[in-house]
Design a protein around this ligand. Structure first.
Ligand code: J2J
Length: 550
């Protein structure tokens, strides 16, 4: 109780009592969940890592083995002084160790902080210092990048770090994750209403906000997602997107699949050739993709030699999926499309498996829970009639009541009575489905990857030749949106090229997907009536010049 109350605003007791009475919160924890599954079916395969074997070949872990590994790793981490409430930044790609590590931490009651493989010095140092993380877990290398080199830099800047654990490879100067496990000791484990982990927000502020999720609330979202997506013990989920992202983790994702006793197959790369081969060889039944990937898969499938017949459901979300692209899913891939509009802060909407095709291709679904409260409001928070477009506010049994240790942000991001201001502009249909019409938050949704404009602007502003900068979205035929930075150069400084700005941002240790796709030098920014920079006018200016189509 202490953890939840001091670090993150919890649900008021009347709501908590209601969510328990309704059966949404069932008192389960992740540690206990894995133990239960391992006892019920120890020999069933939980995780398939197609390239994770010592010889680079296929490796599988049963539920029994994953449970034992998590137990042993938990003991080894405790022996190194890692305990309840400690934060551990986990930056692993789609490898089996990801699950071993997070379940070990869940068992201890230590909190994974979910970093993405694309994050670099700027993000990781921030996560470590902001959370006072005691440990950092990395792969040795991934996609040609050496994470040990990054860890060395991070350690120098984040004095709270006592351990760096390296999974699957030469640990060099750091600790080899494979050598940490020890004989299991009984662990008390956290209570179900306590925090399980910190998830990353897409964000619209200078630095990312952290999202505190409890065992109770997250497990409820898994159970609800499983029911809606028909995930059961026969399901084989292909994890294509980065495993730590909220969508592939929980909608219904890897954790939903493990909750159901199904099988998770880790996809090392999202390209059709790799994924299609795994769908055929592993008998994949369900997967989730962001729109750009769904389009690439849809285009590749008819020409592919692989048999995709086992695939029953494709979830598409993270960014708006166009109706035209949605219509092409079944003809090309032979499976049912489910649109999913979710957020790491909580609320997740799905089109249902038995929804009419028109609903599936034209809406982003409806909430998981009958207790998800949805409001569509105008700029003054007045409720709008059904069918009008407005700001989406939400409150419910798996939507946070505040960011982790961010009281000043919480005042802005939540209403006084606890509704989360999603920053999404939506319309509610008569059938109760949501259609995403736009966005009011200062963010770029680059093919599902969220970029806070302010974060990138701050990095550009650090350049000595830059007087001012504004980053906005511009249309991109493949990604949906990409970033465009408008820059005013200081007089009498060295001339700047677009390349210099991009390189400067990259060299400051920002994830590559946040480096501006385009840089435009201007003399002034358009202003609104009250003299603020008008990002709307900049966005219009950023409309791509006429040219050859796709
Ligand atoms: C339009 N915008 C969407 C959609 C998310 C499941 C699926 C996605 C996420 C996710 C997630 C959208 N159409 N179908 O966590 O569990 C935009 C909205 C939203 C923001 C959240 C899940 N699906 N979006 O994308 O935390 O703007 O979560 O508020 O990364 O993505 O981003 P994120």
């Amino acid at each position: 109780a202490e953890l939840v109350e001091t670090e993150a605003p919890a649900w008021p007791e009347e709501f908590a009592a209601r969510y328990r009475a309704a059966g949404w919160w069932q008192g389960e924890t992740f540690g206990k969940m894995l133990r239960d599954r391992a006892e019920a079916h120890p020999d069933r395969i939980a995780v398939v890592d197609p390239t994770g074997g010592s010889d680079g070949g296929r490796r599988t872990w049963t539920y029994g083995e994953l449970d034992r590994r998590a137990d042993r790793l938990a003991s080894g981490l405790v022996a190194r002084g890692i305990g309840r409430g400690d934060k551990v930044v986990v930056q692993l790609p789609n490898v089996a160790e990801f699950f071993e590590v997070i379940f070990a931490l869940f068992r201890i009651g230590a909190l994974p902080v979910f970093a993405l493989p694309a994050h670099r010095r700027s993000e990781i140092v921030y996560f470590c210092t902001f959370t006072q993380a005691v440990a950092y877990v990395i792969p040795a290398e991934h996609e040609g990048f050496d994470y040990r080199t990054l860890a060395a830099v991070v350690c120098a800047e984040a004095p709270s770090l006592k351990h760096v654990f390296v999974a699957g490879g030469d640990a060099g100067y750091f600790e080899d994750l494979a050598e940490v496990p020890a004989e299991p000791i009984g662990l008390g484990g956290p209570a179900s209403h306590e925090l399980a982990f910190l998830q990353l927000s897409g964000g619209s502020t200078g630095v990312p906000k952290l999202i505190p999720r409890t065992h109770d609330d997250y497990i409820y979202s898994l159970r609800g997602s499983n029911e809606i997506c028909a995930v059961n013990e026969n399901s084989v989920y292909l994890c294509v997107l980065p495993a730590a992202h909220n969508f592939p983790l929980s909608s219904p994702g890897s954790l939903g699949t493990l909750y159901a006793g199904g099988r998770v197959v880790l996809c090392p790369q999202p390209v059709p050739d790799v994924a299609f081969r795994l769908i055929e060889s592993e008998g994949v039944t369900i997967t989730g993709l962001v729109p750009p990937l769904a389009i690439v898969w849809t285009e590749a499938a008819p020409r592919s030699a692989y048999d995709l017949g086992s695939l029953e459901v494709l979830l598409v979300g993270g960014a708006k999926f166009s109706e035209e692209a949605a219509r092409r899913v079944r003809p090309a891939l032979g499976c049912t499309l489910q649109q999913v509009f979710g957020m790491a802060e909580g609320l997740v909407n799905y089109t249902r498996l038995d929804d009419p095709l028109e609903t599936v291709v034209t809406t982003q679904g409806r909430p998981i829970s009958p207790d998800d409260e949805i409001r569509v409001v105008d700029d003054q928070d007045n409720d709008l009639p059904i069918g009008s477009t407005g700001h989406l506010l939400t409150r419910g049994p798996y939507t946070i009541r505040g960011y982790w240790n961010a009281p000043e942000h919480n005042v802005r991001s939540f209403t006084e009575d606890g509704f989360y201001r999603t920053g999404d502009v939506v319309r509610l249909t008569e059938s109760g489905h949501l259609v995403v019409e736009g966005r009011a938050k200062d963010q770029i949704n680059r093919g599902g990857e969220k970029i806070a404009a302010e974060e990138v602007e701050n990095h550009i502003l650090a350049h000595p030749s830059v007087h001012d900068a504004n980053v906005v979205a511009e249309a991109d035929p493949y990604l949906g949106e990409r970033t465009c930075a408008y820059v005013i150069v200081r007089p009498n400084t060295e001339p700047l090229r677009a390349f210099d700005v991009k390189k400067f941002v990259r060299d400051r240790g920002l994830a590559a997907y946040k480096v501006p796709d385009r840089v435009v030098f201007v003399d002034t920014f358009p202003k609104t009536g009250v003299g603020k920079v008008s990002k709307n006018d900049l966005r219009t200016a950023a409309a791509p010049p006429p040219g050859p189509g796709r």
